[in-house]
Structure formats: structure tokens, C-alpha cells
Design a protein around this ligand. Sequence first.
Ligand SMILES: *Cc1c(COP(=O)(O)O)cnc(C)c1O
Length: 370
Amino acid sequence: MQNHVAVNIYPERFAQNIRFLKQAVSPAKLCVVMKSDAYGHGLAELAPVAAAAGADAIGICSNDEARTLRQLLPNIPLIRLRSALKQEYDESASLLNLEEQVGSLEVAEYLHQLGLRRQRPIPVHIKIDTGMGRSGFFVEQQEAIKQVCQLAGLKVVGLMTHFASADDQDLAQTEAQLAKFSLLKHQLSQYLPADVLCHSHNSAASIRLKGQRADLVRIGAACYGAQTSQCFEQPAELQTVMDMHTSVMEVRDVPAGTSIGYGSKFTTRCNSRIASIPVGFGEGYPRALFNKGQVLINGQRCPVIGRVSLNITTIDITQLKQPVAWGDDVVLLGQQGDESISLEELAGEFDSVHTEINLMAGLMNQRSYL
Ligand SMILES: *Cc1c(COP(=O)(O)O)cnc(C)c1O
């Protein structure tokens, strides 16, 4: 039992976020993206919550994730949000009932054969590269796309693309991607099944590009309450689903000129009071936050000083008005009194992204569901 750090997950907030998003994107269907152990929040714990809150499908990446979900939710559509390895397809086709992404003729052929062998076509989403540059057919490859539509071992259920920078201030690239995708949809309309689901929008696009969401949206970050960008206003309804606390482990008074921690990267300028906490990068508190991060103690912001160690971080509490005692609550992520530390604040300190903060905290610690 890990009791020196608390990573708390609030399933009801997750459910509320999903209900809000589902209504906001309606009539588009909602695919709740739960790859990477639900962005560090716990796939097995939150998937039933997502389904009950109205998820029409769940987005995942690995077969492990699919196996976990198939035990809990035998019937919900599962969309794999990347291409995969042969051995992954071999297993998924026979056991997992996944909708696969197809972005090349080579993969289409392989899945076609698997579909024929199992005597039931594999449901696939045709992936179009409109500018993300990682995978998929280019819009110019229409002959290849038409061939995919004719393979008897496949059932084309979706046509999809992914945006590279929907969270940028400037939406020009996203709009250009969307225009390419719309044109292609139009050009292929007679080859695609009438009920094919067209989809392109992640969290940022779903929130910003209202009215162009097509048939389905794939939302990850916003379901967990992350603000995908500072460049546009986030719906106030979205609440963060994770917070992280620990307690003061030690309080020390040190004279001016004391250097603190590995590499002596910080030296006190005055007589100082230093608190240490039993959390470091071994608990998912990023090492990059040295001399940058802040935590909340007594409802006030206090700076991280010196290197973040594997399991210890040092905090300057000299400025605090109230005395601080061994065992006092420390908030690393979340709210205390009137102050709060957000995922985005921490990520912004070292050019990271909210998801990485969630992942490190959620995957490196035991989580509690409140
Ligand atoms: C991860 C992923 C998403 C979700 O992105 P968010 O920004 O977290 O909403 C959507 N689509 C694809 C293809 C993805 O890989």
C-alpha cells in the first residue's frame, strides 16, 4: 500500500465531462479515447463509467487494452487509433473484435485475408493523411482507396483523418486539412458505404470547430478535463479528473548560503525554511520541474528548489505566514484553498503536455477512486 502519495481519480467528474461533451457534439457520436491506461487514469476502472455516461465507442491502441475492455464491455465498438503489427492483427481478428485503422494497401490486404479466414469481414476505418504525416493514404491515392473498398474480407465502417495542430492559435492548417478531407469524402461518396462514419476531430477541434464535426468525434484529453490549449476558451463544465497530494516529510531551518540537493543547483540567499516531500520523479513528479515547479502548502504557492530527486523534492516555505508541520497536506496537482496547480501549468514549465503529467502521476503510483 502506497501511502506517501495520493493520486486521486474522480470517476463522477469523468462521467460529467463525457455527458457534457456528448451533448455538445451531438448529433455526432462520441468515441472516448482511453489509450495509455486512460491517459493514466485507469482503463479498467473508467471504461464502465465512460460506457454508462454515453460513450458510443472507445478508442485504444494496444491489444492489452482491448483485452481488458472486452472482458468488461463485450459489445462496445473499440477503435484502434493506430496501425498495428502483424501479430497484433492476428490476435485481434480472432479474439478481440476491434475496428482497425487501414492506411495502406499492404495492411488492407493482410486484414482482408484475416477476414476471409475468419469468415467475417474485419471492420476498418480508412485512414487519410491530410497533413499529420504519420500514416494513411494521401488524398491523391484514390485508386488505392477504392481498391480497399472492394476487398471482401473488409467492411469499411469509417473514413478518418487526424489533425496535426488543432490546438494552435492559428487554425489555418486544421482548416486546410478539413477541406482536403471533405473534398475526398465527396469524391469517394459513391464508393463508400452509405452509413460510413467520417471522423476527424480530437478534443481541441471538437471544442473549437463547431458545426463541422461530421459523424463521430474522438475525444481524449477533454474527457479527463485537460485544457488542450491556452489559445481558446475551454468550456467551464470540464473538470480535471485527477489530483495528486502528499504530505510534508521534514521541515528544516537552514542558514543563508546553504546549497540544496544534487548538483548544488540552488543556494539559499537568506536564512530559509525548507520542507521536503516524499515525492520525486520516481513518483512521476517531473525532474524537469527543478527550480521551476510550485506546490501548495497552507493554501499558498511554494517554489520547488534544487533538483527533484528520485523520491524527494525540496520546497522553500520561508515566505509562508502560517507554521508548517510534519504531515501537513501538500498539493502537487489540484486545489487547496483558493489556489490550484493545473496540469497545464506543470506541463508548461518544461514544454511538455498535460497528458504526460497525467501519465507519470497515474502510472507510477497507486490510484484511489473517490
Ligand atoms: C489520441 C488520439 C485522439 C485523441 O486526442 P485528444 O487530443 O486527447 O482528444 C484522437 N484521434 C486519434 C487518432 C488519436 O490517436
